[in-house]
Design a protein around this ligand. Structure first.
Ligand code: ADP
Ligand code: ZN
Ligand code: ZN
Length: 721
């Protein structure tokens, strides 16, 4: 039985007397300690090591049929072993809440809207209402969620208004699943796209992993859509994974416009009930397309036919707490297990996937040109050593911005640091405002004016004078989006300057307003963090400026250059997405840096291949694998003590081929008042590493010293800070 417990094992129970023994995948209520919990049967056994007087009986069988099919259960079991995370908790974190709590898996009767025979009389419906009526005419029956997806805004108020006028009605959906149909015609593919699609269609049925390496705007999504159409026409389901930030109404609308199909989108705005409904519709096969972020990889599918992972390089596929799995990697495993094809797409593939493709483990398909009328932007580097600059904006850049605005273009200014300035310093004695809980400097914010710690979200009022020497000479050092936006507004008072970062977009309403201005096409300046780099389509942006390229070039993290290249190319990809060509200006104090030059001159593809050869000579992933054991405690000495003990244990037991780095305090040695340390294990092959991890787990679980610290294992870690 898998039980939501941190212990890395399953638990044995006696079956209920007089009841048919439940099969694996069935939920059963069982006593656990002095509580009663919902567990999932993972196997049946005729013997147990639990002494007879300790063995307890199940309390209640909750499902008449197993809730989890064999293959989904096997997927969870694999993920639990691979990521060294307890199966019970893995299930617990990704099942819809009502199911975790033991509620029955009953589908609510789905309600859908349809057009009545009545014609509009009197006042003609408004533009949105008319659009809604047209959609209902075309698609015949739509849930209110689907209506919203098609309109790109909540449809419920409009539907209610139209219902009052007798133009639409709400009815119970037929229970038999509909067949999916393609409605909107597919675009005519350009030769590159056509070649890629033909290659995808050809070849073995069954498992194959393909990597679609296509520059931004090259029409990857169009290829997904056409491949999906094939799969839907054979009556099978498609699972589409996207990064959190791109799961927008626009994305869903693009799928909804193309197909008359039941599309389930798992986004963060769903209620528990809606999530359950989607899960059940995917499980019983009435959903045709499931779109979601990483956790959607665990959605049950009755007739799986294809998995698509868009922007496969995106860090958000890796869960950074609890069950630290990679949604992309689980997806590849799942496709293999289900023996279906999987398509990974990105303009800037991860080195892991690229390596697999170059080793011919994945099929590699490339799109080098943009689809449609747009052309790729040209990228130029501005040497900041030769330029006067203010608020991080060089004179040369300022001229380019002025020229772009004057020709009615929009400008996107990218700076990956929010707030006004990353440092508040006393000009007299050198004191720096620092978060005690993290031992890092506070970031100065002006809207509202306060000090904020970007690591623990702690906040402080602005000091009026230096707490150390009473001087009033406090200065803001460095650059954040607020400061650049303020300066740009002063330079260009006649144009809107819009800031897009986590602070300015906290209110969804404000974000929508900002986006409306941008989409409206007036010349303006957008200043933002990496939120700008992902997914959004800005057809009128013709100039993209990267204020500070150097942060990504000089970092101790071995992935920093890869991430920098991805970010730069994704930001650059926002330029000139429509007819007007775009250009990109990158400011750097080190324009001669080989990585930067290579990226700019040769593009991401060559840059990434170059990085791969460096990783190979350094023996770094993907040419080896990492496993991170991290420990945290409120007392400074405990994490290191604990890890030393773990390292000793390893020295005694570790198989050959596994090397051990540390223990060391983490680069981020203290965070939110907690001291952190880590031990890094590395091996060329996965198997011995996995084996060490498993034996480490069972040893540490028995260890009483382990209870004084919070510890966990991160397999294939992305975050070494
Ligand atoms: P990607 O997913 O690679 O960023 P998209 O599929 O979003 O690219 O395509 C970028 C733009 O080009 C979209 O506006 C899309 O409608 C358009 N497009 C894609 N393929 C074609 C094509 N074959 N002909 C004309 N326009 C296309
Ligand atoms: Zn001072
Ligand atoms: Zn802090």
């Amino acid at each position: 039985m898998a039980i939501p417990s941190p212990l890395h094992r399953s638990f044995d129970y006696l079956p209920l007397p007089g009841v048919v023994t439940p099969r694996p995948g069935t939920r059963v209520r069982v006593p656990f300690g002095n509580k009663s919990v919902v567990g999932i049967v993972v196997g049946l056994s005729t013997h147990t090591e639990v002494p007879a007087d300790k063995l307890r009986a199940a309390e209640q069988v909750l499902d008449s049929e197993p809730l989890l099919g064999e293959s989904l259960l096997a997927l969870y079991r694999w993920a639990s072993q691979h990521y060294l995370f307890p199966l019970g908790l893995a299930l617990q974190t990704s099942l819809p809440k009502p199911l975790r709590e033991g509620e029955p898996p009953t589908l609510a009767t789905a309600l859908v809207w349809e057009r009545t025979e009545a014609q509009a009389s009197g006042r003609p419906p408004g533009a949105s209402a008319q659009q809604l009526l047209d959609c209902l005419q075309r698609y015949q029956r739509l849930s209110s969620g689907e209506c919203s997806a098609l309109l790109g805004k909540p449809a419920r108020p409009l539907l209610t208004a139209l219902q009052r006028r007798g133009l639409v009605r709400e009815i119970a959906a037929q229970t038999a699943p509909r067949e999916a149909r393609q409605l909107e015609a597919a675009l005519t593919l350009n030769p590159e796209q056509a070649e890629a699609l033909a290659a995808l269609r050809q070849g073995p049925s069954g498992f194959r992993c393909s990597l679609l390496e296509g520059v931004t705007g090259s029409g990857k999504t169009e290829i997904y859509l056409q491949l999906i159409a094939d799969v839907l026409s054979t009556g099978r389901q498609v699972l589409v994974l996207v990064p959190e930030i791109t799961l927008t109404p626009q994305t869903i609308a693009r799928f909804a416009r193309r197909f008359q199909a039941r599309i389930i989108a798992f986004h963060s705005g769903l209620t528990d009930k809606q999530r359950l409904q989607g899960w059940l519709e995917a499980a019983n096969g009435s959903a045709h397309i499931v779109i979601g972020t990483r956790s959607a990889v665990f959605t049950p599918l009755a007739r799986p036919g294809l998995i698509v992972v868009d922007e496969e390089h995106d860090d958000s596929y890796k869960q950074q707490d609890g069950f630290r799995y990679s949604g992309r990697d689980v997806a590849v495993y799942r496709a293999r297990q289900l023996d279906i094809p999987i398509l990974l797409g990105s303009a800037t593939p991860s080195l892991e996937s690229l390596h697999n493709a170059l080793q011919a483990r994945y099929q590699l398909l490339t799109l080098k040109r943009r689809a449609g009328p747009a052309s790729l932007p040209d990228i130029g580097v501005l040497d900041m050593k030769l330029q006067p600059a203010e608020a991080g904006i060089s004179a040369g850049l300022q001229q380019r911005i002025a020229a772009t605005l004057a020709s009615n273009g929009q400008v996107l200014v990218f700076l990956n640091r929010r707030g006004f300035a990353p440092l508040l310093r006393c000009g007299h004695c050198g004191w720096i405002a620092e978060c005690q809980r993290c031992e890092r400097s506070f970031t100065l914010h002006q809207q509202p004016a306060q000090l904020r710690c970007h690591h623990c979200d702690g906040q402080r009022a602005l000091p009026r004078s230096c707490p150390q020497c009473r001087s009033h000479d406090l200065e803001a050092v460095g650059l954040g989006t607020e400061r650049s936006a303020e300066y740009l507004q002063a330079c260009f008072p006649d144009y809107p300057v819009l800031r897009i970062d986590r602070d300015s977009t906290r209110s969804a309403k404000k974000f929508t307003e900002t986006m409306d201005i941008v989409q409206g096409g007036v010349p303006c300046i957008l200043v933002g963090t990496q939120m700008l780099a992902k997914g959004h389509h800005f057809p009128r942006v013709t100039l993209v400026a990267v204020l500070d390229a150097d942060g990504g070039l000089f970092s101790a993290d071995f992935r920093a250059q890869e991430n920098f290249g991805q970010l730069l190319m994704q930001v650059a990809g926002r330029a000139g997405r429509a007819e007007s060509p775009g250009s990109v200006v990158v400011q750097s104090f080190h324009p001669e840096h080989p990585a930067l030059r290579y990226l700019v001159m040769e593009g991401y593809g060559a840059f990434a291949r170059q990085l791969l050869s460096e990783r190979r000579s350094g023996g770094l992933p993907p040419f080896s694998h990492f496993l991170l054991l991290r420990a945290e405690a409120a007392r400074r000495d405990l994490p290191l003590q604990f890890l030393l003990q773990a390292a000793e244990l390893l020295q005694r037991e570790a198989p050959r081929g596994v090397s051990c780095h540390g223990p060391l305090p983490s680069p981020f040695g203290k965070k939110a008042g907690v001291y952190r340390a880590q031990l890094l294990l590395q091996a060329a092959r996965r198997a011995p590493l996995q084996q060490v991890g498993a034996s480490l787990l069972s040893a540490l679980e028995q260890d009483s010293a382990a209870r004084k610290v919070r510890w966990f294992i991160d397999v294939d870690p992305l975050d070494f800070s």
